[in-house]
Design a protein around this ligand. Structure first.
Ligand code: SF4
Ligand code: SF4
Length: 545
């Protein structure tokens, strides 16, 4: 891993001076730290995906492209233009107004013009013009067309893996062009040549092998959950005994495996377990569908479909009524935006109804899957939870809207509603950095990998900057989020740009605040840290209501 410069040095290195050379003539930079490592061939073989003839590195001069690589791309592009009307529209209608140009966190953090969404899309669009438009075929360069060469493939690999598919740019485009979808198509085309990154496809392969991204075996998954139950018993005096693979349970609960195997997600998992015990939910966990995340979204529509079907096959096998899903980002984009088209509605399950409040989740009538934030907000709204928000008083909280739940499913109010009911100190970041306009963590869509740490710190700069603002103004010391990738990506980002700010899942805060029947006096939170060892300092503003 290349060294990451100190924050002040990195800021100085952001150069927005327009290059003197035309963009087409600037080759992609594959020096150390500037690229994600390619997928190991064993993972491609496992997933039955096209593979290059040898292990390779993007730093290699010669990439192992198949002999007919141009034909493969042409046919793949043609097929996708016919299949996805959105792609055809996005290729044709950009007027190059530039409204999206400065909205991408990677452009803000790098100053690289090819990280402007309009130019990122142009990497693909220029080839589209050459091969699929009359003007491009006849006029070539004058019509903005360019020939597909190995250098173009290298450029695609570099810049489609410098996009977190966050869709912030699309919010500002007057035509609604979704550059994330263009990136997805670019990655699909690269995948046809066997060019993918390992940080995406190794977890995908693991998912098929053992059920989750980390490749953890079913018994280890069960052991981890039971270990959390031991901790919960030590903290609260309450013993929880969740069931695994239990046929006939009402609800199947699925969460990203990051909540089971990586801090601080593990504390979020403890929060879920406490919540379900508190309300007496009839649920089960699955050691086979032990992953809510779907890295297919960062690879291809086919892979999305294959991975998504796994959760539903398990729901069918266990005979549950519906699925409750944990705090995840991209899993919900798949469920809300793509599942109906790719897998079809899950008609063999029931429209979810909360057994506690009777609320029928019509928004999940087709997918049969409810987001835990909707579920918990509904419980609070119906006064079904006994809460002591003062147990979170040492936290001065702000909320990071994860890109997928906010822009992909409009989940804006529920997390705020829950946080304000379980915490007394909550402050919003500036309005152009939250809700639909939220800034990405800088590491989504499969880019949460160590080898590009500098790029991640650059891409996360706008988010961190907004946190810094509320940290300095209101003393914010805790960043809450509802995405497992965020829970992994934001701690190093905070340590780098805003030391002193921790990261938490919302259900960790819920778990702290829940007053369980028969519990012993709590002296520590779910992290075994003392409750309220600090009193919030006086600050400039009132907490947000
Ligand atoms: S805002 Fe939309 S139309 Fe304007 S340059 Fe960007 S993608 Fe093209
Ligand atoms: S989707 Fe996000 S990362 Fe990709 S170009 Fe748009 S703003 Fe940048």
């Amino acid at each position: 891993m290349a060294d990451v410069p100190k924050p002040e040095e990195l800021i100085r290195k952001i150069d927005t001076t327009p290059p003197k050379t035309r963009w087409e003539d600037i080759p992609a930079d594959f020096s150390e730290g500037k690229f994600c490592y390619p997928t190991k061939i064993k993972n491609l073989e496992y997933l039955d995906l096209p593979r290059p003839e040898r292990e390779w590195s993007p730093a290699d001069e010669e990439w192992p492209l198949p002999d007919n690589w141009q034909e493969i791309i042409y046919e793949g592009f043609k097929e996708r233009l016919e299949k996805y009307r959105s792609l055809k529209v996005f290729m044709d209608i950009c007027v190059r107004c530039g409204a999206c140009a400065d909205k991408c966190h990677f452009f803000i953090g790098t100053g690289d013009p090819k990280n402007m969404p309009v130019l990122r899309a142009e990497l693909l669009r220029s080839v589209y013009r050459k091969d699929f438009t009359t003007a491009g075929k006849i006029l070539g360069k004058i019509a903005g067309a360019r020939k597909l060469t190995p250098a173009v493939i290298k450029e695609w690999f570099s810049y489609f893996y410098q996009c977190t598919e966050c869709r912030r740019c699309s919010v500002f485009c007057p035509y609604g062009i979704d550059t994330a979808e263009i990136t997805m198509m670019g990655r699909e085309l690269l995948s046809l040549l066997g060019l993918n990154i390992n940080w995406i496809l190794e977890p995908a392969a693991n998912c098929f092998r053992t059920g989750n991204h980390l490749g953890i075996q079913p018994h280890a998954f069960k052991d981890m959950i039971e270990f959390f139950c031991d901790d919960i018993e030590e903290i609260t005096g309450i013993r929880i005994n969740p069931s695994f693979n239990r046929k006939g349970a009402e609800v199947l609960f699925i969460t990203p495996s990051g909540d089971v195997f990586a801090d601080p997600g593990t504390y979020t998992m403890m929060g879920y377990l406490l919540l379900f015990e508190h309300i007496g939910l009839d649920y089960t966990l699955s050691t086979y569908a032990s992953e809510g995340g779907n890295f297919g979204l960062f690879t291809s529509a086919d892979m999305v479909k294959r991975l998504n079907s796994k959760m539903y096959l398990e729901a069918k096998r266990l005979g549950v009524k519906w699925i409750l899903g944990g705090e995840c980002g991209h899993m919900w984009r798949v469920i809300n935006q793509y599942m109906d088209t790719l897998n079809g509605p899950a008609d063999f399950l029931e429209v979810p109804v909360s057994p506690i409040t009777g609320t029928r989740f019509e928004n999940a009538a087709s997918t049969k899957m409810v987001h835990i934030m909707e579920f918990t907000a509904d419980l609070i709204k119906h006064n079904k939870l006994k809460l002591d928000p003062s147990r979170n008083d040492k936290h001065i909280v702000t909320f990071h809207d994860s890109c997928n739940p906010s822009r992909g499913m409009g989940l804006l109010e529920e997390p705020r509603y829950v946080i304000k009911n379980v915490c007394n100190n909550f402050y919003e970041m500036p309005e152009n950095t939250i809700r639909e306009q939220t800034f990405c963590c800088g590491s989504g869509a499969g880019l949460n990998t160590e080898e590009i740490m500098e790029l991640r710190m650059r891409g996360g700069l706008p988010r961190a900057n907004a946190v810094k603002y509320v940290h300095e103004k209101f003393g914010v010391n805790m960043l809450a989020c509802i995405c497992a990738i965020d829970r992994a990506a934001l701690p190093p980002l905070m340590d780098y740009w805003v030391p002193g700010v921790g990261v938490t899942g919302v259900h960790e805060l819920v778990g702290n605040a829940l007053v369980m029947d028969g519990e012993k006096e709590r002296t520590c939170d779910l992290r075994f840290e003392p409750l309220n060892d600090e009193t919030p300092e006086e600050n400039e503003g009132e907490a947000d209501e």
